[in-house]
Design a protein around this ligand. Sequence first.
Ligand code: AMP
Length: 316
Amino acid sequence: MEKPGETIAVVLSAKEAFEKLEKVGEGTYGKVYRAREKATGKIVALKKTRLHEDDEGVPPTTLREVSILRMLSRDPHVVRLLDVKQGQNKEGKTVLYLVFEYMDTDLKKFIRSFRQTGQNIPPPTIKGLMYQLCKGVAFCHGHGILHRDLKPHNLLMDRKTMMLKIADLGLARAFTVPLKKYTHEILTLWYRAPEVLLGATHYSMAVDMWSVACIFAELVTKTALFPGDFELQQLLHIFRLLGTPNEDVWPGVSKLMNWHEYPQWGPQSFSKAVPGLEETGVDLLFQMVQYEPSKRLFAKKAMEHPYFDDLDKTYL
Ligand code: AMP
């Protein structure tokens, strides 16, 4: 019962509280809209998320994931979750609306804009973006959360300030696996670590560092480092550059579930894959693409790498 002096919060549904302006993207788990909060006029990103088909209401695991997301989004390099609203779709199924701060572009579009004009991304810009990426990843890993699907598409950016923020975080376990392949890129394999491709059942922070490395190389060359269309091709792209792994370089590799006999390649000169990248950058990249996951540099260590020594970190 209402106590004297207590105010009753009026809970608005997402439809009542927000005016959808336009669809800005489609993520793995649903559509993303640019929307205006009616009460304040503030522009936000509204992400409509389906829950597991057979769940009624919001399962506790999802609520746990949302609270993890809320906690992680305190970090300046993780996209901020402002609110969560529950609603129902036309079929009466529960949907969640996640309300995020609005970001005006993502790294995929940013890289594309340079590719289209034939310009290189200035090296200090690459360094600043990489540092922020490592910082955001270090924060997540420090809280025991793996992203598992880092790629340019879900790294959001503010073009004016060059701030980079990690999106699509922690949702992987809460929300349903996509039923539909929305676009080619959504289920991209390009950033997937070899142990995942080879069917490892336990994976670690190292899977995210592999993705970070692929993103680093892509910032330098403006094309994907390992652009495979299917899993075998993805592995062969990796093997051609880094050499086909064996028990010497990666103890245990031949015991992984999807391991087969593969064509034998020796490692290529790594710096040729990233022309123009300064020597310390090549070294950092190399340390993040070690085959053996436990040898791969992790995010906190990456931030201390000499490559970042001359970066002004005051505002990062
Ligand atoms: P996601 O599901 O997070 O991968 O989002 C899919 C796409 O929606 C992204 O690539 C962005 O283009 C867009 N998007 C997601 N979150 C936001 C946001 N907070 N602000 C602006 N656009 C977003």
